[in-house]
Every structure is written in C-alpha cells, then in structure tokens.
Design a protein around this ligand. Structure first.
Ligand SMILES: Nc1nc2c(ncn2[C@@H]2O[C@H](COP(=O)(O)OP(=O)(O)O)[C@@H](O)[C@H]2O)c(=O)[nH]1
Ligand SMILES: [Mg+2]
Length: 313
C-alpha cells in the first residue's frame, strides 16, 4: 500500500512537455475579446454584441489539446468604474489578472490606440506575467491605415514584452500562430479540467446569457445597459425538452414597455431567437418562458448587482 502511494506521488502527473495555465483576456470594451475566446475555444462560451459592456463577469473558456490546456478568462472591458455594476466588472478584471499565467491584450487595429488602450496598458505593464498583444478587426481598415495603426500599437505595447500578432478573428487568420505563442508562454503543468469541459458556466447561466444576447441585439439606447436576466427554472421535461423560465430585469417602466413591445411583439421575437440559440448550444429542444420585471436602479445597488450577477470572490 505504502509503496503504491509513493509511486503515484512521484510519477509525473502529466506527459513531458505538457503545458497549462490561465490566460486573462483583457482590453477595452468592444474590441472582440469574447469573439476571440469563442473562436479559440471552439464553443460559444461568452455572448457577443456590438453594444459595449456585453461581458459583465469573468468567463472561463477551456481549450484542451494533446500538448496543452489553455484556460482563457474572458473579462469585461477595462473602463472607468462609476456605478456599482462597473465596480463589480472591474473587480472581475482584477481577479482575472491576479490569478493568471499569461495576459492576452486585445485591441481594435481598425482604430489607432486611444486613452482607453493606454489605460489597459498602464494597468498590465508592471505585472510579472508574460503578455501578448492580439490586434483584431484588421478586416475593418485599409492596408495603409493598418500598417500605421500596427506601428502605434507596437510602440504602446513595447516590443521587448512580446511579439506582436495581428489576429483577425472574423477571418480566423493568424489564430494558430496566436495560440502557439500563447502556449509557449504557459508553464509546464497538467490538465486542470476534464477534456470535455469547455466552460465553467453552468448551462442555466449560459441560457440566461443567451437570452441577454438576443435582447442586446434588438434593443437600443439605454435599455441594453439596464438588462439583467435570471433563469428561475431549468428542468428537463419528457420528450427531451428543456423547460426554461427566465426573468428579464430592467430599471424602469418605460424600458419594460420597450422590452415587451407593441402587443408583446418585441419580447416574443427575443424569446424566439433566444430559444433557437439555446437549442443550438445545448442540443436539446427548449420551451422558453420569459417574464419581465422592473428592479429600479439595480446597477447602482451593490446587493442587487451580486444578486443578479453572482457574488464576486
Ligand atoms: N469587423 C470585425 N468585427 C469584429 C471582429 N471580431 C469581433 N467583432 C465584432 O465586434 C463587436 C464586439 O465583439 P465582442 O466580442 O462582444 O467584444 P468584447 O466587448 O471585447 O468582448 C461585435 O459586434 C463583434 O461581432 C473582427 O475581427 N472584425
Ligand atoms: Mg466581451
């Protein structure tokens, strides 16, 4: 017995050359961090929209290969914290940074670096972890400007820190190269998670996020920022149907009116699109029921924020 215990303790827990670690994905809002994580992981783990502040929590996306396990930690965009919600989001970024093995800084190369990119760089500059820059949205700029912007980002990032990569997520260009650069910067280590696991989010939470994604898609102005979604029931019913009942929270009666729409048309559209998307992601039939509630100024209320988004560690 003793011998066996000793044997297992001294045996390497992972094959030689295997690497693993956490990669914090940071950058200003709307540069394509979540899109990039989804593409690299090969599953939709984080919702994407053209509205800033779509990502509110840290979300893990796990990529398992024979030679490595890369755990991407998608984060809310780094921005100025004013409301309780914004403070919550910035804590999520800080937690991801304090707990990672490498940092992937994502920027939008279709625009030159601005104050917000500078703020991101200032935040990560002195951290000890290896850093990599991914320049996204290269499809959205002409070649001349692309070259100019790349130089500016290069200067901001500092060439001594890491090689510059231009990853065009939408065209899936340079992604293998980006991954190779990342993996090379991770320490030797075992698989931390079973290979079939690709996110830390329970299905129920993913469903709530997919509902919010569709609401973000169809709603404009101040409504997207005021949205929160909670799944109240998530249960398998006969005939392999998942029964999901969820509440969409807004902050004001006027927003509730917009969300429901004339004759309930808007809520119906959001519900239908969300149901389709959830069905695609969980590969099961879905019955989706949506409720709307007003919870006034929830974003300013710390208790309500942790209630609706979960408690930050
Ligand atoms: N043109 C272009 N748009 C992109 C690219 N990658 C992402 N986007 C879009 O940029 C917006 C923000 O993406 P998202 O991943 O939510 O950004 P995040 O806030 O940094 O997580 C979405 O509308 C995406 O479809 C890209 O490579 N090119
Ligand atoms: Mg995001």
């Amino acid at each position: 017995m003793n011998d066996m215990a000793e044997n297992t303790a001294t045996e390497p827990a992972f094959p030689p050359g295997h690497r693993s670690g956490y990669v914090a994905v940071v950058g200003k809002p709307n540069v394509g961090k979540s899109t990039l994580v989804n593409v690299l992981v090969g599953h939709k783990v984080a919702i994407v929209s053209s509205k800033p502040q779509t990502t509110r929590r840290r979300i893990m996306g796990i990529l398992t290969r024979d030679d490595a396990q890369v755990i991407f930690v998608d984060t809310p965009g780094i921005h100025d914290p004013r409301s309780a919600l914004n403070q919550y989001m910035m804590r999520e970024v800080e937690n991801a940074l304090s707990d990672c093995d490498a940092i992937l800084f994502v920027a939008d190369v279709s625009n030159p670096p601005d104050q917000a990119d500078l703020a991101v760089m200032e935040r990560i500059r002195s951290l000890p972890q290896p850093k990599l820059l991914a320049l996204n949205k290269a499809d959205a700029v002409n070649p001349v400007k692309l070259g100019e912007h790349m130089q500016l980002y290069h200067a901001l990032f500092g060439s001594e820190e890491s090689m510059l990569t231009s990853g065009i997520v939408i065209r899936r260009e340079n992604l293998d190269e980006l991954l190779a650069l990342l993996v090379a910067r991770l320490p030797a280590g075992p698989q931390f998670y079973p290979p079939e696991l690709y996110t830390d989010q329970p299905e129920k939470v993913l469903a709530a996020e997919l509902i919010r994604e569709q609401a973000l898609r169809f709603l404009e102005q101040e409504v997207p920022h005021a949205l929160a979604v909670a799944v109240d029931q998530y249960a398998e019913r006969p005939n392999r149907t998942m029964f999901i009942s969820a509440t969409v929270f807004v902050e004001r009666d006027t927003q509730k009116g917009i969300l429901i729409g004339k004759g309930g048309q808007m809520l119906k559209k959001i519900g239908m699109e969300a149901r389709r998307e959830i069905e695609r992601q969980i590969d099961s039939r879905v019955y989706l029921e949506l409720w709307v509630k007003v919870r006034s100024a929830w974003r300013k209320d710390e208790g309500a924020v942790s209630d609706l988004l979960g408690t930050a560690e």
